[in-house]
Design a protein. Structure first.
Length: 103
């Protein structure tokens, strides 16, 4: 008999839309316990030298349909930390993009 597969729920959205509240609400209604870990916790684990470094985490401001957008590029160190194993990461995890009119 194999071990049960872990479940991961990714809640994505701009700031202050209720992602953490939604995660806490899910914890109260699910039959199995779920951990709530904010993405910031993973980012804060990186050494300061990895910010802006191609092997770590690079924030790049680009224009998207005439509006500023931030492209977050991850390098090998962050990829391995997020993957947690020696398997290749899926393409959707290689690039995350958020848009903001505040920039």
């Amino acid at each position: 008999m194999s071990a049960p597969r872990p479940h991961v729920i990714i809640i994505n959205g701009v700031g202050s839309v209720g992602k953490s509240s939604t995660a806490r609400a899910l914890q109260t209604v699910t039959a199995e316990p779920f951990l709530h870990v904010a993405m910031d916790a993973f980012v804060e684990m990186l050494p300061a030298a990895m910010f802006g470094h191609p092997e770590g985490l690079v924030f790049e401001t680009v224009q998207d349909q005439g509006k500023p957008s931030v492209v977050i590029r991850t390098g090998g160190v962050l990829e391995r930390a997020m993957r947690g194993s020696g398997t290749p990461s899926p393409p959707w995890r290689r690039r995350a993009t958020t848009s903001s009119s505040m920039m």
